[in-house]
Design a protein around this ligand. Structure first.
Ligand SMILES: C[S@@+](CC[C@H](N)C(=O)[O-])C[C@H]1O[C@@H](n2cnc3c(N)ncnc32)[C@H](O)[C@@H]1O
Length: 442
């Protein structure tokens, strides 16, 4: 069902709107993970698949544009809201998102949001009149308010993120990255190495990107040709680059540390490597095993802490896709930046440093280690690698070259690391933020 139809179909649901407000509060105030909040709240409200799709769509919009929606709301409120008016604020944000971004039938967005507030126990039901006034104004002034909402993309990021990116990449790029949040990202697909890209681009109505991934419009992937046969999987084109940086790995043993849900394990196995796939999360490894089964690929799957893992097997290369703040995936997971803080980045950077040291310890002389993170924080990428190379004397960077990334020279830093920025104009439709460095052991 198209987004528009989903919106119309669920436009009459009071309990649907209540679920969206509850989920928004759970994610932004209680810092609950997106999937867990959505599942628990939509299950408790007993929503059917169509209503759940509406809540998911609305939540994604609210979170992508959270900062701007809050700023717009502040400008519409003469005196602001009391700090504890959390339901009212979340309801107003979901109401504004429906009216300005979803263009849902205005009467439903206004009336049901007002009813939701009126039905609240306690003092917040006194704000029903204010909610009514603001949402009616939003309906009347839809076009002007949308221009205002879109005018300051930097507001869509928490201040600490915007400041980090401004310092690292300059203010103009930080704003350009923030602007990518105003668009729904396209669907990128990785093909098994034995599938013909031209044939599958045609079958999937996709284009072939210079880096080799396919790109098409979003849709129900399980209904696309080749899904059941496991000839491809969904993977952002930037995330698909690191596993291609080992050269010919046919018959080699590659250790994929931090591997679940398995996008990169599937790439490595598909290139003919014997993959040992490690992750400390058993439920995530279960998803990895399901993905391997669907794509008819194999790997040794081991639940283990990558900081302690040892093997008697001879390993040739190592991929370390380290746990990170994931700020590079904000287009696809807009909740992430609102549930993390700078303190989390500091903690993760320490963990990555430990994992990197241990991974290098496991690497044989002459072997290649690819370190990567889907983060735009320099602490987790550029600075992490600099400090590693500073203290490990037998490690050397093997620079990545533009021809290894489809000739897209802007993706390579002066040092020879991969740095994908979501706003890079080299690829129409952008890509996730990603960092990768290739290191050899002397
Ligand atoms: C960025 S995700 C990996 C994505 C995966 N490489 C892919 O391509 O699908 C990071 C993974 O690291 C795992 N992880 C976090 N800390 C870990 C540790 N100490 N040891 C092993 N795995 C860990 C998480 O469970 C998560 O699955």
């Amino acid at each position: 069902m198209s987004d528009q139809n989903t919106n119309k179909a669920a436009a009459g649901g009071l309990k649907v709107r209540e679920a969206a407000v509850r989920a928004l509060m759970a994610i932004t105030l209680k810092k609950r993970p997106f999937d867990a909040a959505l599942d628990t709240i939509t299950d408790t409200a007993n929503l059917n698949a169509r209503d759940r799709a509406f809540v998911l769509n609305l939540l994604m919009l609210c979170l992508r544009r959270y900062g701007s929606l809050k700023a717009l709301l502040a400008s519409l409120l003469e005196r602001g809201l009391p700090r504890n008016a959390t339901w009212t604020e979340a309801a107003l944000i979901t109401g504004l998102a429906q009216i300005l971004l979803m263009r849902t039938a205005d009467y439903a967005a206004v009336n049901e949001t007002v009813t939701l507030i009126k039905n609240l126990p306690g003092k917040e039901n006194g704000f029903a009149g204010l909610v009514n006034a603001i949402l009616r104004r939003a309906s009347r002034e839809q076009d002007e308010l949308l221009v205002k909402l879109n005018a300051t993309p930097g507001k869509d990021l928490p201040t600490w993120v915007f400041d980090n990116w401004t310092e690292a990449y300059g203010e103009r790029t930080a704003i350009a990255i923030a602007s990518t949040l105003q668009h729904t990202p396209s669907l990128d697909i990785s093909l098994r190495a034995d599938a013909d890209p031209k044939e599958w681009a045609k079958k999937l109505d996709a284009t072939i990107l210079p880096t080799g991934s396919l790109r098409r419009e979003v849709g129900d992937v399980t209904a696309f040709e080749g899904y059941d046969d496991g000839l491809w999987w969904v993977q952002d084109c930037a995330a698909a680059i690191p596993a291609t940086l080992f050269g010919d790995i046919k018959g080699k043993t590659v250790l994929d540390l931090c591997s679940a849900p398995g996008g990169k394990t599937m790439q490595l196995a598909s290139q003919g490597a014997n993959v040992i796939s490690i992750d400390r999360s058993a439920p995530r490894l279960k998803r990895l095993s399901e993905n391997l089964a669907r794509t008819n690929l194999t790997a040794d799957v081991v639940v283990s802490d990558a900081a302690k893992f040892r093997t008697v097997k001879k390993v040739d290369h190592i991929l370390l896709d380290a746990p990170c703040s994931a700020t590079g995936t904000l287009r696809r997971n807009p909740d992430v930046i609102w549930t993390k803080t700078q303190a989390d980045v500091d903690k993760l950077a320490n963990l990555q440093a430990r994992l990197l040291d241990h991974a290098f310890d496991l690497l044989p002389v002459g072997g290649t280690l690819v370190y990567c993170v889907c983060s735009l924080e320099t602490q987790e990428g550029i600075e992490q690698i600099r400090s590693f190379l500073d203290h490990v004397t037998n490690a050397a960077r093997l620079p990545i070259t533009p021809d290894e990334v489809g000739g897209l020279a802007t993706l390579i830093t002066d040092d020879g690391d991969l740095l994908c920025l979501p706003s890079d104009p080299a690829l129409e439709g952008g890509m996730d933020g990603f960092f990768a460095a290739r290191i050899v052991k002397n």
